[in-house]
Ligand binder design. Sequence first.
Ligand code: UDP
Length: 365
Amino acid sequence: MKKIISVVGARPNFIKIAPIHRSFQKYNEDISHMICHTGQHFDAKMSKIFFDELQMPKPHFYLGIGGGSHAVQTARIMIEFEKILLNEKPDLVMVPGDVNSTLAASLVAAKLHIPVAHVEAGLRSFDRRMPEEVNRVLTDEISDYLFVTEKSGSANLKNEGIDSSKVYFTGNVMIDSLVNFLPIINNSTITDKLLLDQGKFVLATFHRPSNVDEEENLSQLIDTINEISTERKVVFPIHPRTRNNIDKFGLSGKLGKNVIILDPIGYIDFLSLTKKAELVVTDSGGIQEETTFLGIQCITVRDSTERPITSEIGTNHMIGTDFQKVVVAAKLILGGRIKNGRIPELWDGKASERIVEIVYKSICK
Ligand code: UDP
C-alpha cells in the first residue's frame, strides 16, 4: 500500500484538495490518501465549514500553526511537518496552490527525498512583492510532478528551465469542486435570505495585502465599494485580514447603507452568490477562475494576474489598482458593456481524476 499526504492550510487549498481526495478513493486498495491541515486558517468560517460542505474527512493530521509572520508560520509548519514525515514515511507529498503551507511542506519533503507533487503549478503574476508568487516559484523549483491548470503555466515552467517531463497539463481542480457541487449550489437560498434579485447585485471580496494593509488604500477601497453601491446593492463578505484592518484603522462606520456586510461565507452560499451576481469585484485568485467558468463578469483589482487565461478568453476584466478606473469599469459593465467569455481548455470537472491517474500509474506500477 502506497501512502500520500496532501497538505492544506488555507481556504482555497481545501477547495482544491476535496476533489483530489474523492478521486483517490477509486484507488484505495493501492493508495492511502491522507490530509494534513497545517492550521494556517483555523477559524470555523475559514476552515471547518469547508471540510463539512466539501464532504472531506476530518484531517488525519492537524498541526495547529495559527497566525504569525511569514517566517514564523513557514518555520512552524516545517518543524511540525517534518515530524509527521519522519513518522509516516509517505511515498509522495501533494501540495496545492501558493500559500505558506505549500512552500513549507514541499521544502521539508524535498529535503527528506520524498517526491513532491504541486497542484496548480506554473502560475506566475511576475510580481515578487506578492508573497504567493515567491511560494509558487520556489515550490515549482523543488517539485517532481507539476500539474498545470492553463497553458501559460507550462510555458512559464519551460522558461524557468523546468524539465517538461515533470509537467502535466491536467486542468483546474478548483473547477472540479464547482462542477461537482453545482446541484447543491443551485439549491442555496442565500439570495432570498439577503433579499437580493438575481443578476441585480454586485459581489465584492478583498484580502490582498496590497489592497487592504495600508490605511489609505483600504479607505479608498471602501470609497470605491460605496461608489459602486450607488448603482447596485453590494454584498461584501469580509476576509478576516480585511476585517482586522478595517477595525484597526477605525473604518467600520464608513461602509455605505447599500453594502451588505457579512462574515466570510461558506463555499455553497458563496458560489451561489457568484453565480447569481451581475458583477464580481475582487482581488482573489480563485474567484477569477470561478467567474470565468460561470460566465460572470469579474473586475480584478490588481496590477497583474497569475491566471491570464481568465482575462484572455474569460470574463475577467483586469483593471489595475487605480480605484477611479475600477468605478468607471464597474459602471460600464453594469450599463451593459460586458465581455463574452469561453471556458478554458480542460476546465471540465475532471482535472483531479487526471492528476490521480498520473500519480497512480507512476507510483503503483
Ligand atoms: N470563498 C468562499 N467564501 C468567501 C470568499 C471566498 O467560499 O466568503 C471561496 C471561493 O470559492 C474562492 C475561494 O474561497 O475561490 C478562495 O478564496 P480566496 O479569495 O480567499 O483565495 P485566493 O484564491 O485569492 O488565494
